[in-house]
Design a protein around this ligand. Sequence first.
Ligand code: ATP
Ligand code: MG
Length: 426
Amino acid sequence: MPFQVPRGTADLLPEDTRLWRYVESLIHRLCEKFNYEEIRTPMFEQTELFNRGVGETTDIVEKEMYTFQSRGGDSLTLKPEGTAPVVRSYVENKMYGDPNQPVKLYYVSPMFRYERPQAGRQRQFHQFGVEAIGSHDPAIDAEVISLAWSFFKELELSGLSLEINSVGCPTCRPLHREKLIQYLTPHKEELCKDCKSRLERNPLRILDCKVDRCREIVQHAPTITEYLCGECDSHFEQVKSYLDELGIPYLVNPRLVRGLDYYTRTSFEIMDESIGAKSTVCGGGRYNGLVKEIGGPDQPGIGFGLGLERLMLALKGKGIELPYPKGIDFYVIALGEAPARMRVKILQMLRAAGFRAETDYMERKMKAQLKAADRLGARYALILGDEELNQGIVQVKNLDNGEQQEVMIDHLIENCKELTKKNWEM
Ligand code: ATP
Ligand code: MG
């Protein structure tokens, strides 16, 4: 084979894009209902944005970024996640000054991370994400979680679990950090290389390590939940009570920490065990320190990132068929030169009226054209020969039951509408 897609990337072929478009349109409709507006940021940003916004001690910054030097000498990075770019844009465009607060944004975008490819883990993947910036209200935490939850619900994906936690704030974290270091230090030699260096730099990150031995060790580590300050504790209680109000089931997982440094307070993940080891489909939380870190005012935020490849795996794993339209409405068969000229007009009329219509461009015989129509899932064939043309009619053949009738070309569209309407009513 001369060329292949780069490792960790995939083509989305027509059979995939149909499904993807259906999911994307659901995203747009859902976000509209929740009053989130779409934002599109560039595919790459200054590398420094991610160093600061994601954090020097994260997997992303330590080993996963696609960083390159532009011809002008700037260091640029393909976006590995969506929050830092959205916050950069929020600050750059002074959205904190907008009278509509909080600022509620969403995106659907490719992301790039240099990872070891496996099912549900690619080097180019896609995320649907939302960010609500400017409010401390625990009700917005619940709204963000409920948006993700509604999304899965509308897709009829069941069997998902929601885990939540609070990771505290700069007031309560130092004490926990101290306790954590005390606990981990005797195990230092057993930790992986990354975690050894994280022990001093950012021990909280060790709780999120994927290495088996590290995971075992942290099983018994002191949890942040035991050290929450009064305000964080009360915030967490309110988020939970809002979720109860909404009837969204959750599990408190005191060991849940997000892999990104700027997270504060609410942290959550939505998992689907059916997709295997990489079961987290959606992860998010509060990032009260981020806007300031990126050079903006001290504004709080909360959001999530939801992996669309993993979502597709979950849909597939559960055998969920989405109701996107399959097949075309009309296949136009023209036999002879004059009819062949007429068919382009018929196609034009059908399409202008909103029908999905196709014809033959391969000089196939009549029988082969009917077969082609069948392959495309056409509901009707419109057949036009010299004789029909002379009489100003077309034969309309129902490809489900073989019934055929003549229709005046002058009234073709009305008749087609009538026919397809009847078919829908059945
Ligand atoms: P993981 O623990 O699986 O590495 P993460 O903590 O790095 O995930 P986030 O940065 O929170 O993930 O991204 C949010 C979501 O994006 C994940 O829950 C997942 O669904 C998806 N995602 C992350 N990395 C990848 C990837 N390399 N390929 C496909 N999807 C991904
Ligand atoms: Mg990761």
